[in-house]
Design a protein around this ligand. Sequence first.
Ligand SMILES: Cc1cc2nc3c(=O)[nH]c(=O)nc-3n(C[C@H](O)[C@H](O)[C@H](O)COP(=O)(O)O)c2cc1C
Length: 190
Amino acid sequence: MPKPLLAVIVGSNRKDSINRKLAQAMIKLGADKFDAKIVRIDDLPMYNQDHENDLPPEVVRFKNDIARADGVLIVTPEHDRSIPAVLKNAVDWGARPWGKNSWAGKPGFITGTSPGAIGSALAQHHLRSVMTGLGMILLGGEAYVTFKPNLADDHGNIGDENTRKFLQDFIERFAFLVGRLRSEPARSAA
Ligand SMILES: Cc1cc2nc3c(=O)[nH]c(=O)nc-3n(C[C@H](O)[C@H](O)[C@H](O)COP(=O)(O)O)c2cc1C
């Protein structure tokens, strides 16, 4: 059986995003357990219900990427103590149209980093509430990561040993959750 496929969403459209670096490091940490694909969200048009009957091609691609995945890893910064607009836009497209909710029944793992002391905790907390409402099956625990310059290098290596172990534990628990749900797919919530 092939390894489970992770769709990895980075909640930032910034070229030098620290969350993209963290996402790449998480992919490397889980390389023996998952195949992973970073799913693009920066080119999705602004959500508009008028386009639900004829979805823009970027949205079709995005929803197919999520449909194909066995699990979704979301690595997000915090904007104004909440979910960055680019990520909320992707969440909304994923949730629509009615009856085509891409998130329902998918195992998900939310993490993220910011230079602030609480490491994107409020954005993650808001996102957790939204994704739970959409029927995602989220990994428990709180993976808030305070950004430090040595967090992750350009090759996906995590500089601090304690942070590496902290994230490795989440990856292993997420692999377990994805594996369980893959062998017995959850019923859709919407
Ligand atoms: C519009 C905006 C709002 C921000 N709000 C917060 C915030 O509420 N909390 C926080 O810790 N950092 C905040 N930041 C700082 C981000 O954590 C920082 O820019 C970080 O690098 C964003 O992650 P990225 O590099 O992956 O885009 C904000 C940044 C921007 C541009």
